[in-house]
Design a protein around this ligand. Structure first.
Ligand SMILES: [Zn+2]
Length: 303
């Protein structure tokens, strides 16, 4: 317990630097600052870490983060991770959307530009790349779909939901690959699995649950559809067996026969969590349902 509060204190002290420096850096372009510039990806991980640790985010300077974020969006709708950063792509679009969602404030984002950027990043095969004209990729497809979901723009942003779902489903060999003609890799159990879950859960609400509420006694099939696993088109056993072949020394590796690493261990566990009947993971924010419950209670003031 003592370690938990010590960790919270470290994260909050770092966030104070991130949030304020995000604004300061804009005002003092030429100055050398004593700390690193604020960083979207680090802000996302700091907020999720605080939620996982049970923090209520009351000590986070929310307006400083939202204001700093305004300087990170480019004209094409994408985000850089730091002020005047060299890279801008779908990863940081996702970070901006997830941060805004967790802080319950989207005023730091030009939403129309984000939606347009995601539309333009959809490829001929309806997978989504890191940016316009780039190859469809499981990671960037997750970032785009989760961003649209958090913005409540899934219908508007996906050119063809069915074709994107088909692209996602087609990534399964035994486990999931990130791109066509690549070998399966542990982490895509999450990137592809979470994308499918976001797409399907949205479809289930629109297509099945609302009619179900109207017709639940008359038509039993709606009930059946509602309770179907979101992974009805996925071969769960094959993916499970693949993941087990990448397990060694207590963790998961990228491929069978490789050494495990922290990222693929987390993604392997996250992928399994999505496919378990209990579904202990929020696919759009990539946090546990326990952490999400904490977010709903503390930020959205609902149980
Ligand atoms: Zn990987």
């Amino acid at each position: 317990m003592h370690n938990k509060f010590y960790l919270m204190k470290i994260i909050l002290s770092l966030m104070k630097g991130f949030a304020v420096l995000g604004v300061l850096h804009f005002q003092c372009r030429a100055s050398r600052l004593p700390f690193d510039a604020s960083n979207l990806a680090m802000t996302y991980t700091a907020l999720t870490s605080l939620l996982i640790l049970g923090d209520d985010l009351s000590r986070v300077d929310k307006s400083a983060i939202i204001n700093a974020m305004k300087y990170l969006q480019k004209d094409d709708g994408s985000f850089t991770q730091t002020y005047q950063g060299m890279e801008s792509d779908m990863r940081f679009v996702y970070c901006a959307c997830a941060i805004s969602y967790m802080l319950n404030d989207f005023s730091g984002i030009n939403i129309d530009k984000v939606v347009q950027y995601i539309k333009e990043s959809q490829s001929y095969d309806y997978g989504i790349g890191q940016g316009p004209g780039l190859e469809s990729h499981g990671g960037s497809t997750f970032c785009a779909i989760a961003s649209l979901y958090l913005l409540n723009k899934l219908d508007e942003g996906l050119l063809s939901k069915d074709k994107t779902i088909f692209w996602l489903i087609s990534r399964q060999e035994s486990g999931f690959q990130g791109r066509a003609n690549k070998p399966p890799d542990t982490c895509y159990s999450f990137w592809i699995g979470a994308s499918l879950m976001v797409c399907f859960s949205y479809l289930l609400i629109i297509v099945y649950i609302i009619p179900f509420l109207c017709l639940f006694i008359v038509n039993y099939s709606y009930y059946k559809l509602k309770i179907l696993d979101s992974f009805e088109f996925i071969d769960y056993d094959q993916n499970y067996n693949f993941l087990m072949t990448t397990r060694s020394f207590g963790g998961f590796s990228k491929w069978p026969g490789s050494y495990p690493d922290v990222m693929h261990t987390y993604m392997g566990v996250a992928g399994l969590s999505l496919m378990e009947e209990s579904k202990k993971l929020d696919p759009a924010l990539n946090i546990s349902l326990k952490a999400r419950k904490n977010l709903l209670k503390c930020v959205f003031k609902s149980e």
